[in-house]
Design a protein around this ligand. Structure first.
Ligand SMILES: N[C@@H](CCC(=O)N[C@@H](CS)C(=O)NCC(=O)O)C(=O)O
Length: 211
């Protein structure tokens, strides 16, 4: 498999964690978002959605991190990232989607760039936007985690898709200097997960395209 990735992309980071967690070998193909490599024709030919990640498996190319991870879950079920019981699976997906659908898209590079130009907002306003949406979603997740987590995983007592989404979002929040003190459960979970080998190998700093 080939993963089209960018070291700081949190969506690619999710897929890297899933690949590492499941022990699936892959080749990392860096796509540098800074000069816009994801908008060049050669990348758009692979992934017309023009975002990273994309996963090439044989002749097939898949986009959208959660679709890719669900594909990996179905093709490489062990170790699982989703619990067995339908209700628990729904709860894990709900936590993952809060991050992947309700938070991440609002703070994506193209959204921040649109705020800068043409809308003309300065860096102070862009950072305020970023931190506002992190706080909105993290507030709810912190309260859910206090109910559903063992203090080391977002849901239950083992690594799930929810954790795969949480750790990259915590990385982003730190990068944009978001206030994390109100979320002690989330940060404790993050600290535990980041110490696991699969998460450590998937971290931005461990990527071949990291500076
Ligand atoms: N929903 C997509 C989001 C993918 C995404 O937004 N990737 C970002 C990097 S984390 C990207 O390529 N951004 C480029 C841009 O915004 O121009 C997924 O989960 O794969």
């Amino acid at each position: 498999m080939k993963l089209y990735t960018y070291f700081r992309s949190s969506a690619a980071y999710r897929v890297r964690i899933a690949l590492q967690f499941k022990g699936i070998a892959y080749e990392a193909v860096p796509v540098d978002l800074r000069p816009g490599a994801h908008r060049r024709p050669e990348y758009l030919a692979l992934n017309p959605q023009g975002l990273v990640p994309a996963l090439e498996d044989g002749a097939a190319v898949l986009s959208q991190s959660l679709a890719i991870i669900e594909y990996l879950e179905e093709t490489h079920p062990e170790p699982p990232l989703l619990p067995g019981a339908p209700l628990e699976r729904a709860r894990v997906r709900s936590l993952a989607l809060a991050i992947a659908c309700d938070l991440h898209p609002l703070n994506n590079l193209r959204v921040l760039n649109y705020l800068r130009a043409p809308l003309g907002h300065d860096e102070h306003a862009v950072n305020a936007w970023y931190r506002h949406w992190v706080a909105q979603v993290f507030h709810g997740l912190e309260n859910e985690a206090r109910r559903s987590s063992d203090g080391r995983h977002l849901f239950g007592g083992r690594v799930t898709l929810a954790d795969v989404c949480l750790v990259p979002q915590l990385f982003n929040a730190r990068r944009f200097e978001c206030e994390l003190a109100p979320y002690p459960t989330l940060t404790a979970i993050g600290a535990h997960l980041e110490s696991l080998p699969a998460f450590a190998r998937a971290a931005p700093a461990a990527q071949p395209d990291a500076p």
